[in-house]
Each structure stands twice: as structure tokens, then as C-alpha cells.
Design a protein around this ligand. Structure first.
Ligand code: 5AD
Ligand code: SF4
Length: 448
């Protein structure tokens, strides 16, 4: 008898990957995915702790789900609620104090144990906590996911955790120390995805360019070498990786952008700030000029490379001059797209100190920064009008007959086309550009 499994995923693509693996693991216990929590006998919230009030939001969501646990709601089979991911890791057993009706709290490195934890919770009928960093890696023990891939895009986590300890960030505490998967394991997974219809592989990691996986004969491969190997897989046309730290952008990876045609001309390279003083306080270990030089080097190898980034405004102690430096960096580098955030103090991180910037100053700086980033993004997009770009269509658009896809530069593109084009790459004549997307017409003749 199959049972319903509802998974809600917050945060990054690594959580999306973990959720797919949770679904695969629970399928071994006959759980099948459902679209609504009321149809589920197992509810999993896969949480994110990176910014603002993650725990508070989670507790209110749990409050809403609680009603599903009343005996009248499901007389025969009581619903189990699992909290997974980084908030689980951060809250530990405090979660049971504030939400005693939660059945299992499981950290990101222990999700492969979920079937056992669920079985255990069903028999002992009391809450179970597992936030270990077990010696047996979740990658070895989770069943292979068949995530694909009518969309043509497959995500593979190749690296997890972080040893950088940027002073604002919880990741080193929630995801743990940096860890790279073996190269053979990753390549086998990529082959399997290609067979299932993936045209594009996205290599994921909190610090993916710090990748240093072992080969079966004991050598160590960096990310560039791994990308070259994946580029040899038949059926794979596009390779991306995210997200990267500037100091791990080594010569081999920069060169790969020039040498490996399947490696897409887009890199997400968070800089966080343009002020050397703030970069130092953030423990980013590079200067603004280091970043400028890095962008130049990448452009020497791949002149059209699009650079994306993340920014934090209002880091403790940030002055108007520091913020002006950030704006100057934005104008000089010319980002193709970027996310920007107000600094939010994360408990337990070193930056959670005095000298906090007032909320209205943060708001003002965020508005100014976002408007500058939008201007750059819009001009990058406008420069594509009149060009013909390859687009991998991966979703339906909001309007009928409309498809959505991505250019090599990661821009979203709308075009009219039939459903059977999903998961495939087609040349598109770009006819218009907005800040966040392009629109185009699929070319009849398919030589790009
Ligand atoms: N406050 C604001 N933004 C943060 N980020 C990470 N931690 C914080 C924080 N405490 C942002 C960074 C990072 C992105 C994933 O989230 O810009 O690159
Ligand atoms: Fe967090 Fe810095 Fe590691 Fe990125 S590099 S995950 S921001 S500590």
C-alpha cells in the first residue's frame, strides 16, 4: 500500500537535490510524492538557514501543519512530520521544545538515514533527532535518484560544506566541513542523467570550485578536470557549476572556460562587497582589486563570459564610503545578474556583534544597489537583442503555448513553442529584453 509523501523545499539547489534524494530513499518504503500536505502521511520540510528569521518562519509553517496531526484528521495512520536541512541542524533538540509534535529532526548530512528514522519514530512514538555527520556519507548510501528530466537539466551535488568561515555565514556550522565526492561516482551519476534525458548538468556545491575529489586510482581532481571528463559524455551539451568563491578560481578552471566549449559562459561568483575594509571584516580573504583582476582574467579566456554575484549591504560597520566602493565595483565589473541582501545577524556567527547598521540605512542602500544591478542586467540583456542564442527549454511559461528556457549566459527566455520542445536546445532569435528576461522566436532552421 503506497503512502503519500509531501516535501517542501526551501533555499538553495543543494536542498532541492537533497529533497530528490529523500524522495528516492522514502520510495523504498513505498512513499509516493503528493502535491498537498493534506494527502500526505509523511511531511518533510527541508529547511534553509541562510538568512532572516528562517527558524521563526519554519515554526509558523509547522503551526499550520499541526492540524493535520489531530487524530480525527487521520484516524488510521497518524501523519509524521520531519524537519530536515539547515534549520534542523541549527536548532537541534530545541525544535522539540517549541514544536513537540515534530516527529523527526534530521540534519543535511544524515538524510540517508531517514527511512530508519521514520520506522523508528513509528514504533517508539517519540521524537527522534539525528544531526550527526556520519562516517558513512549520504552520497554512498542513498539510492540513485532518477530526478530527470523532462526539463533537460540535472543537478548533481559534487561538493558540500565549507571551510571558509566568512564571518556572516552559517554554512560552515550547518553543512559542516568541506567534502568532495569521488570523481568516478560523479561521472557515473552524470552518465545516468544523460541517459535519462539531461542535456545540461549543473554541478552543485556551497563552494563548488574548491572541489578536490579522488579518482579511483587515488589521484586528486580539481573542478576543471571533472568538467573535462563530464564534457566527454555523449548527450551532455552544457555544463555549469555553482556557487564559487573567488579565491578558489584557479588557473585550470579559468582556462577551461576558454577550452571546453560545453562549459557555459556564465559564472556565479559572489563578491559580497566592494570595500576592502568590509571584505576583510567579512573574512573573504581577497580585495576588491583581486576580484577585478579575476574578472579580467576570465574575460581574457572567454571574452563574452557573463558574471553573476551576491552582495550584502549593511554589514556591521559599513560606512557610506564602503558602500560607495561597492557601487563602483558594480559599475566596473558590469554584472550580468546578481542577488543582493541586507545583512542579517545569524546567531553563532562572528559578525553577530555591535555596530549593527540601522534598518532604514540598510533599506536605502539595498534599493540603490538593486537599481544599479538592474541597470547593468538590463543593458546586458539588451545587448542580446538581434542575436540568435541557443536556448534549453526547461519549463512551460505562464501563457498558453509559451515555453521558458535559458541562454548560455543563464538569461531566462520566453518563446512560443510546443511542449515537445521541452528538454531540448534550439536557436532562438532574441527580439526583446526586459530586466529579468528575454523574449524570442524559435528559429525554423536549426543551425545555431
Ligand atoms: N545576511 C545576509 N546575507 C547573507 N548571505 C549569507 N549569509 C548572510 C547573512 N547573514 C548571502 C550571501 C551569500 C548568499 C547565498 O546569501 O550573499 O553569498
Ligand atoms: Fe558561507 Fe563564505 Fe562558505 Fe560561502 S564561502 S558558504 S559565504 S562561509
Amino acid at each position: 500500500l503506497s503512502k503519500g509523501l509531501f516535501i517542501k523545499t526551501y533555499g538553495c539547489q543543494m536542498n532541492a537535490y537533497d529533497s530528490a534524494r529523500i524522495a528516492a530513499a522514502m520510495a523504498t518504503m513505498d512513499y509516493v510524492p503528493v502535491d498537498h500536505p493534506r494527502d500526505a502521511s509523511l511531511i518533510v520540510l527541508n529547511t534553509c538557514h541562510i538568512r532572516e528569521k528562517a527558524a521563526e518562519k519554519l515554526y509558523s509553517e509547522l503551526g499550520r501543519l499541526r492540524v493535520l496531526k489531530t487524530p480525527n484528521a487521520a484516524p488510521q495512520s497518524p501523519v509524521l512530520i520531519v524537519v530536515a536541512g539547515c534549520v534542523a541542524q541549527a536548532e537541534q533538540d530545541e525544535m522539540f521544545d517549541r514544536a513537540p509534535f515534530v516527529d523527526v529532526v534530521v540534519g543535511p548530512q544524515a538524510i540517508h538515514r531517514l527511512p530508519d528514522l521514520v520506522r523508528h519514530a513509528q514504533t517508539v512514538k517519540r521524537p527522534i533527532l539525528d544531526t550527526d555527520f556520519p562516517a558513512d556519507s549520504k552520497f554512498q548510501s542513498l539510492p540513485d535518484v532518477s530526478q530527470p528530466t523532462g526539463t533537460g537539466v540535472a543537478f548533481i551535488t559534487v561538493q558540500e560544506g565549507c571551510d571558509k568561515f566568512c564571518s556572516f555565514c552559517v554554512v560552515p556550522y550547518t553543512r559542516g566541513a568541506e567534502f568532495s565526492r569521488g570523481a568516478a561516482e560523479v561521472i557515473a551519476e552524470a552518465r545516468c542523467m544523460a541517459d535519462l534525458g539531461a542535456r545540461e548538468i549543473v554541478l552543485l556545491g556551497q563552494n563548488v570550485n574548491a572541489y578536490h575529489g579522488r579518482t579511483d586510482d587515488g589521484r586528486e581532481w580539481g573542478l576543471a578536470r571533472l568538467i573535462e571528463a563530464i564534457a566527454e559524455i555523449k548527450g551532455i551539451d552544457r555544463i555549469r557549476y555553482t556557487t564559487s568563491h573567488p579565491i578558489d578560481m584557479d588557473e585550470a578552471l579559468i582556462r577551461a572556460h576558454g577550452d571546453v566549449p560545453k562549459l557555459m559562459p556564465f559564472v556565479h561568483l559572489p563578491v559580497q562587497s566592494g570595500s576592502n575594509r568590509i571584505l576583510k571584516a567579512m573574512n573573504r580573504r581577497h580585495t576588491a582589486d583581486d576580484y577585478r583582476r579575476l574578472a579580467d582574467r576570465m574575460r581574457r579566456h572567454r571574452s563574452d563570459i557573463a558574471i553573476g554575484s551576491d552582495f550584502i549591504v549593511g554589514y556591521p560597520g559599513e560606512t557610506d564610503d564602503d558602500f560607495a566602493e561597492t557601487l563602483r565595483l558594480v559599475d566596473e565589473v558590469g554584472f550580468a545578474q546578481a542577488y543582493s541582501f541586507k545583512y542579517s545577524a545569524r546567531p553563532g556567527t562572528p559578525a553577530d556583534l555591535d555596530e549593527q547598521i540601522e534598518e532604514n540605512v540598510k533599506n536605502e542602500r539595498l534599493t540603490i544597489l538593486q537599481s544599479s544591478l538592474d541597470t547593468h542586467q538590463h543593458s546586458f540583456n539588451r545587448a542580446c537583442v538581434g542575436r540568435r542564442l541557443d536556448v534549453l527549454f526547461d519549463r512551460h511559461g505562464r501563457k498558453a503555448h509559451q515555453l521558458l528556457g535559458r541562454t548560455p549566459y543563464m538569461q531566462a527566455v520566453h518563446a512560443d513553442g510546443s511542449t515537445n520542445l521541452l528538454g531540448t536546445i534550439h536557436p532562438v532569435a532574441i527580439v526583446a529584453a526586459a530586466v529579468n528576461s528575454l523574449s524570442g522566436r524559435i528559429s525554423q532552421d536549426s543551425t545555431p
